[in-house]
Design a protein around this ligand. Sequence first.
Ligand SMILES: Nc1nc2c(ncn2[C@@H]2O[C@H](COP(=O)(O)OP(=O)(O)O)[C@@H](O)[C@H]2O)c(=O)[nH]1
Ligand SMILES: Nc1ncnc2c1ncn2[C@@H]1O[C@H](COP(=O)(O)OP(=O)(O)O)[C@@H](O)[C@H]1O
Length: 295
Amino acid sequence: MKPPEVDRIAGSRAAVAARRARAEVKRQIASGERTAGEVLDAATPENPAEATLRVSELIGSIPWLGPTRTARIMSELGISPSKRVGGLGVHQKKRLREFLVERQKRKIEPGALVVLAGPTAVGKGTVSAHIRDHHPDVLLSVSATTRPPRPGEIEGVTYYFVDDAEFDRMIEAGEFLEWARVHNAYRYGTPRSPITQALAEGKSVLLEIDIQGARQVREVFPEARLVFLLPPSWDELVRRLTGRGTEDQDEQDRRLVTAREELAAQDEFDYRVVNSDVETAAREVVDLMPTSPGD
Ligand SMILES: Nc1nc2c(ncn2[C@@H]2O[C@H](COP(=O)(O)OP(=O)(O)O)[C@@H](O)[C@H]2O)c(=O)[nH]1
Ligand SMILES: Nc1ncnc2c1ncn2[C@@H]1O[C@H](COP(=O)(O)OP(=O)(O)O)[C@@H](O)[C@H]1O
């Protein structure tokens, strides 16, 4: 019988070798020698280096994906932080594979995806509607929200109005490209598949979302162009908010607090457009897209 130290030494040697093998796999992904999808498919019991790699290491080795993004992706895919690639459930593996395939295809033309953000009541909805009506080739993304509809808003056109349970389900199923809680109140999210489909067809896409969402989109699509819509003045912004008359005083006050914070973040954006005149502002936004339909 071997003394226990021999087993221990052999065990630790095996552990070191396994760690080295996993490090080599990570290096291959990081250098582009192998795609993360190939490593996922190779993660069978015959390939212990791939199978014992943590999913966080697999995703985290993809160039440009740091630990924060990796953690968020894992949570969106419903995979726990300690999970190893070989231990993934069938559905988790399918979701991860779809994510990786989508990422592989993801190089888009600069400006094919334009994000329009800006403070409440600056006119984002008005400018977007103008683009939707005058540039039918541009896909205007329709978000899902837990906010109740305002008078005149149309299901499936303005928003998909959903309850909390349905919004939770959509998060769980990985159906959102991004989502955020806005004005500390309702949740809003961009459905992923219409966007990836339109981009794959070579269409331009416009997202009208808040700043938190814009930041998330930039992480997923670094080629997206982020536009911040500005009011001609603060007083005009307040006038537009009160003039619209769709929020009570408390809600208006809450929105103006967020608006001040949002205005402070305008430097993060690639472009700033002042919405003095709707048609001019819409034209400036469409001009950022690769082909301006209607030209
Ligand atoms: N992150 C994110 N924000 C969204 C989405 N859809 C709308 N928003 C933002 O949510 C905020 C509130 O929208 P809404 O309730 O329609 O009121 P608004 O302030 O009049 O535009 C606005 O800043 C929208 O741009 C979305 O899908 N994702
Ligand atoms: N360029 C503009 N000049 C004057 N009023 C505008 C302009 N753009 C939008 N508005 C008005 O301002 C209000 C807020 O616009 P809206 O599109 O609802 O803003 P947001 O979607 O950014 O919250 C609406 O009453 C709209 O008619």
